[in-house]
Design a protein around this ligand. Structure first.
Ligand code: 6R9
Length: 571
């Protein structure tokens, strides 16, 4: 199949020539950008915030916050001061380097202050989605033996304070009443705390952040990252997000998800740009008006959000002035070509897909501004990253062969352990020298990578391998289809058949005719063997909070099996 390429739109970007950069790159050069290169004193929060106070960025806005009730901005100097205070609050409680401190809050400025303050005393931060229920909170605090949690009055009932022996301190923000015995008021402590703090210097290999992520089975695993990750956060910010001094950057991800910390805290602030944070619920109007109001220039979001915006129709977009945008990116799930074309049509922007994982800590494969985009491809490896496709024996495969997406070990932001679970950690490294991602993909002859699915999601029907993503992408091109999740359903004759779960766009009703029409649409547009033999219409599809369609839940529904850990399910 001949793939149409989208040409480079603007010639201005930090990265000018991908091949040249790839050939000559050395991570050691990036180290020179940090103050620890001279001083030997390492701390992420210092590099992301305090370092800028010695430069004209001191009074620049670091955080522009908005939700339904608050609109506030904080300069780098103000964030430095507030996080110093919070560091002192923790220090007074006896919190020291290596302790785990969890942050369980909606997106408000206090969340960001808490994260930075935690890092400044050398503790490891554990971010949680505000939507977590008690069991999810308990699992994570128990496994990590967290000593403190910062939360809000509204979320406090979901913290099982008396059931966690290691948990000594519960800091509560936003309580209108006197707090119960043993609880600590965020506001009261902050008001009393000094804004002078001696930062706890750490080693580059010391713990930074613990992100819990769900696998296909079992309890969520705690993926540990270390301060050294900043090397990659800084450089990918330069070359993938293309940060320029005057950028207004909006990453739509919540810090409960790795995208919301690596690229919703660390990377933008290491690069000294202004970051917009929007709290509250998603609506197309809220989102477009955020771009318009703050003149967002660089926008990093996820396919699920783009699909929702696309589903809201082109009329809505036209009501807003989005001309400030100069660079748009996507992560988390395969970016359907349909969405890429929507971006060109309505935003006049190429949407740059990139691929990485909680475990990888930073972006690894991406589309770059200086490179042609093949819609549906996640792009090429970042300079300094060696990505390949290997078979089940660990041999590298030639172009156009589907296999395991693997990365040569040793990039700066790679996870350093799975908390309490060395065996699980080891499973990623069964082939010496390679990190095996669990994703299946292929690489074309021009070096572009194409995602096919999670290894366990790939469908085998009558001996043909079908990547669910390809089918889903074709399905969402149909005017009636809002979202689609595709699984292999066991079949005595064909091994598996392709089954699609579909949610319809507003104005469409399920019917047998529509089913036939959609099936025909895939058969003619993609391949006969890829057309779903079964289609089931659903009002909503099960998705994670980061927007991933949970195919394993669809599969469990189908087979009447237990759905496993659902703590990251959206609703
Ligand atoms: C950052 C993040 C990782 C998994 C990954 C893959 C899927 C992420 C993707 C993508 C296709 C992309 N994924 N980016 N699939 N194209 N551009 O998403 O981390 O939540 O740990 O998920 O997400 O399956 O293995 P995480």
């Amino acid at each position: 199949m001949k793939v149409e390429k989208i040409p480079v739109m603007q010639t201005q970007s930090n990265l000018q020539n991908y091949d040249e950069a790839y050939a000559n790159f050395d991570w050691a050069e990036v180290e020179k950008e940090f103050s620890w290169y001279e001083t030997g004193k390492v701390n992420m929060a210092y590099e992301a915030i305090d370092r800028h106070l010695l430069t004209p960025r001191k009074d620049k806005i670091a955080l522009q916050f908005i939700n339904d009730t608050r609109e506030e901005s904080y300069s780098y100097a103000q964030l430095s001061e507030l996080s110093n205070k919070f560091g002192n609050v923790l220090r007074k409680l006896g919190i020291v380097k290596g302790d785990r401190v969890f942050v369980f809050m909606p997106r408000t400025p206090e969340l960001y202050v808490s994260v930075l303050g935690t890092l400044k005393v050398g503790a490891i931060v554990g971010p949680l989605f505000e939507a977590f229920m008690e069991a999810a909170v308990r699992d994570r605090l128990e496994d990590s033996e967290a000593v403190a949690i910062v939360t809000t009055a509204a979320l406090l009932p979901r913290v099982p304070v008396n059931e966690l022996p290691a948990l000594k301190h519960v800091i509560v923000f936003g309580s209108e009443e006197e707090l119960a015995e043993g609880l600590i008021s965020y506001e009261k402590e902050m008001a009393e705390a000094s804004s002078d703090l001696e930062i706890q210097w750490v080693d580059r290999e010391d713990g930074l952040i613990l992100h819990y992520t769900s696998g296909s089975t079992g309890k969520p695993k705690g993926v540990l990252h270390v301060h050294n990750a900043m090397i990659q956060h800084l450089q990918t910010g330069k070359w993938i997000l293309d940060f320029q001094e005057d950028d207004i950057f909006w990453c739509t991800a919540d810090p409960g998800w790795v995208t919301g910390t690596s690229y919703g805290i660390f990377s933008p602030w290491l690069n000294g740009v202004t970051m917009v944070v929007r709290g509250g619920r998603f609506s197309p109007e809220n989102w477009y008006s955020t771009i318009e109001k703050y003149k967002v220039t660089v926008w990093y979001s996820a396919p699920t959000s783009f699909r929702m915006l696309m589903g809201a129709g082109d009329e809505v977009v036209k009501q807003f002035d989005l001309s400030s945008l100069r660079h748009v990116l996507s992560v988390g799930e395969p970016l359907n070509p349909e969405v890429v074309y929507w971006g060109l049509r309505t935003l006049n922007q190429r949407i740059h897909d990139n691929w990485w994982m909680t475990e990888t800590g930073g972006q690894l494969i991406s589309n770059y501004r200086c490179m042609e985009i093949k819609p549906g491809s996640m792009g090429k490896p970042f300079p300094g990253i060696h990505a390949t496709i290997i078979d089940d024996q660990g041999n590298e495969l030639p172009p156009n062969r589907m296999g395991n997406l693997a990365i040569r070990t040793g990039w700066p932001a790679m996870m350093r352990k799975i908390w309490n679970n060395p065996a699980k950690y080891q499973e990623y490294f069964n082939f010496p020298g390679w990190y095996v991602s669990g994703d299946s993909a292929y690489r074309d002859e021009e070096g572009y990578f194409w995602f096919q699915g999670r290894i366990d999601d790939v469908i085998n029907t009558s001996g043909e391998r079908v990547g669910p993503f390809e089918v889903e992408s074709k399905l969402v091109e149909h005017p009636a289809v809002a979202e689609a999740g595709v699984i292999g359903k066991p079949d005595p004759v064909r091994g598996e058949i392709v089954k699609a779960f579909i949610s319809l766009r507003a104005g469409y009703e399920p019917s047998d005719e529509l089913m036939d029409e959609i099936r025909k649409f895939v058969r003619e547009g993609l391949a006969a063997h890829a057309a779903p033999r079964e289609i089931e219409f659903r009002d909503k599809l099960p998705k994670t909070r980061s927007g991933k369609i949970m195919r394993r839940v669809l599969k469990a529904w189908e087979l009447g099996l237990p759905t496993g850990d659902l703590s990251t399910l959206e609703d």
